[in-house]
Design a protein around this ligand. Structure first.
Ligand SMILES: Cc1cc2nc3c(=O)[nH]c(=O)nc-3n(C[C@H](O)[C@H](O)[C@H](O)COP(=O)(O)O)c2cc1C
Length: 210
């Protein structure tokens, strides 16, 4: 299918068919797509939590403005970002580059030192803002991959991150929740499923400069 047809097919699913399950192969594709998301300097300060547990999903509905998608979806993805980010994280990244690419230290060290210095000057809030922005890139990537793979989804900011952090024990894992993405199958009676897409005309959203 042409990519634009896939993107037309995708919509923010309001009602999922709670009886249908995605396969482990489909979930594997999404995990890999998440991992392949571009991140600033390649540092990957984001993490994906994949929930396939009806009890947990039900318990999160009240902290998601009662949006049922969270419970009815086959799986609930929670895109998180790192709370504390230290020099050790930068060191770990460069060790991985060295291992994967066998890049010599003399090539890596100046860049590593630059990053250690740059990050040491950032406040916690600045880092969180940057990491959260990267969570949105992962969300966009996952939305598009879902569309191509014919997996229904609903991007969501409508939840209480602090409650998710508490219920999913994210703080202990040095994480904060940024975005959620229920995924699965659209319900036959989802009122949104056959509605036309509402978009401004292209000449109102794109500026061509030649
Ligand atoms: C960052 C973000 C947050 C959103 N939060 C919610 C949400 O909490 N609940 C919901 O039902 N839809 C949510 N949406 C879906 C939008 O309402 C939807 O994408 C938009 O109306 C365009 O419709 P379409 O995606 O079906 O083309 C969100 C979308 C984005 C990108």
């Amino acid at each position: 299918m042409h990519i634009i047809e896939s993107l037309q097919w995708r919509y923010a699913t309001k009602k999922f068919d709670a009886t249908k399950k995605l396969t482990s192969e489909q979930i594997e594709v999404l995990k890999n797509a998440f991992s392949l998301t571009a991140t600033s300097f390649g540092l990957q300060p984001i993490k994906l939590v994949v929930i396939e547990n009806k009890e947990i999903q039900e318990s999160l509905v009240e902290h998601s403005f009662n949006q049922r998608q969270v419970a009815d979806a086959s799986h609930l993805l929670v895109i998180c970002f790192q709370d504390e980010f230290t020099t050790e994280d930068i060191e770990t990244y460069f060790s991985l580059v060295k291992e994967v690419r066998q890049t010599p230290d003399e090539v890596l060290n100046p860049f590593k030192d630059y990053l250690v210095d740059a990050f040491s000057k950032k406040t916690r809030d600045e880092m969180h803002t940057s990491f959260k922005n990267q969570a949105y890139i992962a969300l966009g990537n996952l939305l598009n991959v879902c569309a191509i793979e014919k997996i229904d989804s609903c991007p969501m900011e409508g939840f209480v991150p602090e409650k998710y952090d508490e219920l999913l024990n994210l703080k202990a894992q040095n994480l904060k929740s940024a975005l959620i993405l229920p995924i699965g199958f659209r319900a036959e009676d989802d009122f949104m499923k056959d509605l036309k897409k509402v978009r401004k005309p292209l000449d109102k959203t794109v500026i061509d400069i030649k």
